[in-house]
Ligand binder design. Structure first.
Ligand code: GRF
Length: 201
């Protein structure tokens, strides 16, 4: 199963996927391509470190979202990509694009969806006084952060947690469940019944 991992920044989730592949714990999945929409994304350094091809697709070279997504589709097809992984990719994809890859785009989000979708999920959880938060791996649907849930992990929020400390706690689990979800998908252990995902671990 050929993966394209899409990033915009730090790339710690990309690194956890590459590390899992290196250790042989990514099942039948292989990272075939890294795509960044930011030329200066820190995570791009992992392409060299792990000897993977990276392509930069910056939005300012395109006139519209549709044009951008068409170029993205072209690149994905040229590389024979089976599954797209959004690992901190900060662009919203057009419904046209999502429907071309339905149930073949996976996202990691730093909250227990459907709570706290969108930006600054950790801050939202703290501001809400939540006692628990966590992270979610889900398939991407047309609307942001609402697609079928594949795996989740919960963390406790303590009174002295800050946005930074909570983000770090959650990130540790992100780095485990994202590669695990990819492994399970690549081994055919995830099936979808309407909106419900059945995971056979
Ligand atoms: C992660 O917290 C992820 O859940 C969110 O964006 C952040 C990306 O971090 N979608 P990194 O670039 O993988 O380090």
């Amino acid at each position: 199963m050929r993966l394209a991992v899409l990033i915009s920044g730090r790339g710690s989730n990309l690194r956890s996927i590459l590390e899992s592949e290196r250790k042989g714990s990514l099942g039948k999945a292989i990272v075939s391509l890294i795509i960044s929409d930011k030329r200066d994304a820190k995570g791009l350094k992992y392409s060299k470190e792990y000897n993977k091809k990276a392509i930069i697709l910056e939005s300012n070279s395109y006139n519209s979202r549709e044009e951008y997504d068409n170029q993205l589709l072209k690149v994905l097809h040229e590389h024979d990509i089976d599954l797209i992984v959004l690992a901190g990719f900060m662009r919203i994809l057009t419904p046209f694009f999502v429907n071309k890859f339905i149930n073949r785009i996976v996202n990691i989000h730093p909250s227990l969806l459907p709570a706290f979708p969108g930006l600054n999920a950790q801050k939202q959880a703290l501001n809400h006084g939540s006692k628990i938060s966590g992270c979610t791996v889900h398939f991407v649907s047309e609307e942001v952060d609402v697609g079928p849930i594949i795996l989740q992990r919960a963390v406790d929020i303590s009174n002295d947690d800050t946005e930074e400390s909570l983000s770090q706690k959650i990130l540790k689990h992100e780095h485990e469940i994202l590669p695990l979800a990819l492994k399970l998908i690549s081994e055919g252990k995830i099936s979808i019944k309407e909106r419900n995902i059945i995971v056979e671990e």
